[in-house]
Write a protein that binds this ligand. Structure first.
Ligand SMILES: Cc1cc2nc3c(=O)[nH]c(=O)nc-3n(C[C@H](O)[C@H](O)[C@H](O)COP(=O)(O)OP(=O)(O)OC[C@H]3O[C@@H](n4cnc5c(N)ncnc54)[C@H](O)[C@@H]3O)c2cc1C
Length: 379
């Protein structure tokens, strides 16, 4: 695909919607049961789905985070698992574009933006560590030309043997003691095929089983200096965190749109009794519209490092989780026994919806962070 096609695809939601219908719709049931849709993700990437937020990868040089969110919603309207994998891809590319490595920006970023290389993000543990929820899982020792990293991450998605992912580790001094201070950790881009990286299958999930999710063991993995994205991580994290969190709204928005469709479809037959349910399609659609407008404003200031801005982003993300839970529950209640059938998308939406609420930052994590920021006087 030439540059002009990519430019058109980048700004044309109809082209993406057509690609979703062609590439994803036929696979949704199989993805739900465990098929990893690598080829479909690459095809969506070729349509420009994963380059909206990457100013350096667009012919117009614009950073359009709202466009990235809308693209994820278009994917999630069909398949929540694929929207999550799209977000993994977007986040991985976002780390590289905002990172310190010119080599990766030059050689890897265009291939991530086009979907040719697929990538993930092992940042749940670091994000929870920064929110004082758990300890940092990876540790690195300085060696000539890079770092030797060891530890385990329980779940990283959108992975395969030749994929990449971003993650963070604690640097240890020559005496084995961790660096001290806030934001002193190191962020790096890791390749799944590096010696010392072991990907292990995880037991089947309730949902999201086709997301290419693996447990990762690091056993003295050599991370060369040109794969370090930030050292120390502090200022970089403040730059990327709004985008990381905000783009997840697209996963929820797509699932909510899918639920609105299901409710409307069900109302054609059962509207006379569904009218007595809360959270009908018009109500949910109105709230999604309001959330969309709020997110579009925040997306314009995505690189703002201020805590006050981050609090607004966390609030929007929390609203997305809560709306997704309500919409998926309501879709089940609207569709009734039909929705309970394993062949129905309603029960799939319910399972996908819970994931929006538990993937980092989970609802409990969001409320903890907002509580901390409020106590610190952040407005
Ligand atoms: C399908 C799926 C895909 C995911 N993909 C990613 C990803 O791409 N990148 C990423 O960084 N994270 C990923 N996660 C993790 C996710 O973002 C959350 O961190 C996770 O769901 C737990 O969040 P929580 O806040 O509810 O923590 P809790 O469930 O409260 O757990 C707290 C901590 O306990 C430990 N723990 C709990 N259960 C287990 C277990 N079975 N095995 C090992 N440790 C455990 C972990 O350290 C966990 O973070 C994925 C999780 C799932 C279920």
């Amino acid at each position: 695909m030439g540059a002009i096609d990519t430019e058109l695809a980048c700004i044309d939601p109809a082209a993406l919607a057509a690609a979703v219908t062609r590439e994803l719709d036929p696979l949704v049931g199989r993805i739900d049961r465990g098929l990893y849709p690598g080829d479909a993700l690459r095809a969506l990437g070729a349509q420009g789905a994963f380059r909206h937020h990457l100013a350096t990868q667009r012919p117009d040089g614009r950073r359009d985070v709202a466009g990235a969110i809308d693209a994820l919603a278009a994917i999630g309207r069909s398949c929540g698992s694929s929207a999550f994998m799209g977000w993994c891809q977007d986040a991985c590319a976002w780390y590289v574009e905002q990172g310190a490595s010119d080599t990766l920006r030059r050689e890897l970023l265009p291939r991530l933006a086009s979907g040719e290389v697929l990538g993930g993000t092992g940042m749940s543990n670091p994000m929870k560590y920064f929110a004082s929820i758990e300890r940092l899982a990876l540790q690195g020792t300085r060696v000539p030309g890079g770092w030797r990293v060891s530890g385990r991450l329980p779940w990283v998605s959108n992975l395969g043997p030749d994929h990449v992912f971003g993650t963070a580790f604690m640097p240890l001094g020559p005496d084995g003691a961790p660096r001290t201070g806030a934001g002193v950790e190191v962020m790096a881009l890791v390749r799944c095929d590096w010696p010392g990286v072991t990907m292990t299958e995880v037991p089947p999930f309730l949902a999201m089983d086709g997301t290419g999710t693996y447990g990762l063991a690091f056993d003295g993995v050599f991370v060369p200096d040109d794969h370090v994205l930030a050292d120390p991580i502090g200022p970089w994290l403040k730059r990327i965190r709004n985008g990381f969190v905000l783009m997840q709204v697209g996963i929820g928005a797509g699932i909510v749109e899918g639920c609105v469709e299901l409710m409307r479809e069900s109302n054609l037959r059962l509207g006379h009794v569904n009218a007595f349910l809360e959270d009908g399609p018009d109500q949910i659609e109105d709230e999604l519209g309001a959330l969309h407008d709020r997110v579009a404003v925040l997306a314009e200031a995505v690189l703002d490092p201020a805590d006050a801005r981050f609090a607004e982003v966390l609030t929007a993300r929390l609203m997305a989780s809560e709306l997704t839970l309500r919409a998926t529950q309501s879709a089940m209640l609207h569709t009734g026994a039909g929705g309970y059938s394993l062949a129905s998308p309603a029960q799939r939406r319910l399972r996908e919806g819970y994931f929006v609420a538990i993937v980092t930052p989970a609802i409990k994590h969001l409320r903890k962070e907002l509580d901390r920021l409020m106590r610190a006087g952040v407005r």
